[in-house]
Design a protein around this ligand. Structure first.
Ligand SMILES: *Cc1c(COP(=O)(O)O)cnc(C)c1O
Length: 237
C-alpha cells in the first residue's frame, strides 16, 4: 500500500500535468485534500508531506479534528458538505472556506456569525449542475439574484462556484457539466462584477480531475486518491 505522502506526490503530478496541458499557469490549481471519515493521524501525515488545505463534510467530525490538530500552524479548513441552518455558527467560526452555500438564508447567517475580527469567510455557491433531485445546490438560473444579494454581505468573500456533477454520465456529458459551471462563473463576472473576487471554480474529484482542470477548475477536491478508499458507509452529522 502506498503512503499518503506518495499519494499526494502522484496527485500533485497529475494536477501539474493537466494544468500544463490546458495551457494554464502552474499554481493556478490547488489541491483540497478531502479528509471525511479519516482519523486525525492521516491528516497529520498529509500535512507533514506539505498538504495544508483539508475539506470536511460532516461538522461534528470536522470540529473534533480541528481541535485535535490545532498545533498544525497554517492548516486551512474547508467545509464542503450540506449545511443545516442551525449549524452555521460553528461553520462561520471554525473554517476559512465554505464550498457548499446554496441559499441566501445560509449566506446571511454565515456573514452575521463570522467574527469581524477574522478575515472574511471565503464562500462558493454550490450549483446543482445536472439538476439531480437528490443533490443540494441552486440552479444556474438562480445565480444572478443570489450573487447580487450575497455581494452585500459584509463578512463574506464570494469566491466562485462549486459543483458535484452526476457521476453516472458519459465523459462528454461530464465535461459539459464542468463547462457549464465555468460559463456560469464567466457570466456572473460580467453581470455582477462587484459581488466578490469570483475567481474560483471548485470542481473535479479523484476520477475526473484532469477534465475539470481542462475546463478551468481552481480547486480540485480529492479524497480517495490521497487517502485511499473510504469505508462504504459514511457517518452522518
Ligand atoms: C467525498 C467528496 C469528494 C472527494 O471524492 P473522491 O472521489 O474520494 O476524490 C469531493 N467533493 C465532495 C463534495 C465530497 O463529498
Amino acid at each position: 500500500m502506498s503512503s499518503i505522502a506518495d499519494n499526494i506526490g502522484s496527485v500533485t503530478r497529475r494536477i501539474q500535468k493537466a494544468t500544463l496541458q490546458a495551457g494554464r499557469d502552474p499554481g493556478s490549481v490547488r489541491l483540497l485534500a478531502v479528509s471525511k471519515t479519516r482519523p486525525p493521524e492521516d491528516l497529520r501525515e498529509a500535512f507533514a508531506a506539505g498538504q495544508t488545505a483539508f475539506g470536511e463534510n460532516y461538522l461534528q467530525e470536522a470540529l473534533e479534528k480541528i481541535e485535535a490538530l490545532d498545533d498544525l500552524d497554517g492548516i486551512e479548513w474547508h467545509f464542503i458538505g450540506p449545511i443545516q441552518s442551525n449549524k452555521t455558527r460553528q461553520i462561520a467560526t471554525s473554517f476559512a472556506w465554505v464550498h457548499s452555500v446554496d441559499r441566501l438564508k445560509i449566506a446571511r447567517r454565515l456573514s452575521e456569525q463570522r467574527a469581524p475580527s477574522l478575515p472574511p469567510l471565503n464562500i462558493c455557491l454550490q450549483v446543482n449542475i445536472d439538476e439531480e433531485d437528490t443533490k443540494s445546490g441552486c440552479t444556474v438560473e438562480e445565480l444572478p439574484e443570489l450573487v447580487s444579494a450575497i455581494g452585500e454581505l459584509p463578512n463574506l468573500s464570494l469566491r466562485g462556484l462549486m459543483a458535484i456533477p452526476d457521476p453516472d454520465q458519459s465523459e462528454s456529458e461530464l465535461r459539459s457539466s464542468f463547462r457549464k459551471l465555468a460559463n456560469a462563473l464567466k457570466s456572473l463576472k460580467q453581470e455582477c462584477p462587484e459581488a466578490g473576487p469570483l475567481d474560483t471554480l471548485s470542481m473535479g474529484m479523484s476520477d475526473d480531475l484532469e477534465m475539470a482542470i481542462a475546463e478551468g477548475a481552481t480547486w480540485v477536491r480529492i479524497g480517495t486518491a490521497v487517502f485511499g478508499a473510504r469505508p462504504p458507509k459514511e457517518p452522518q452529522s
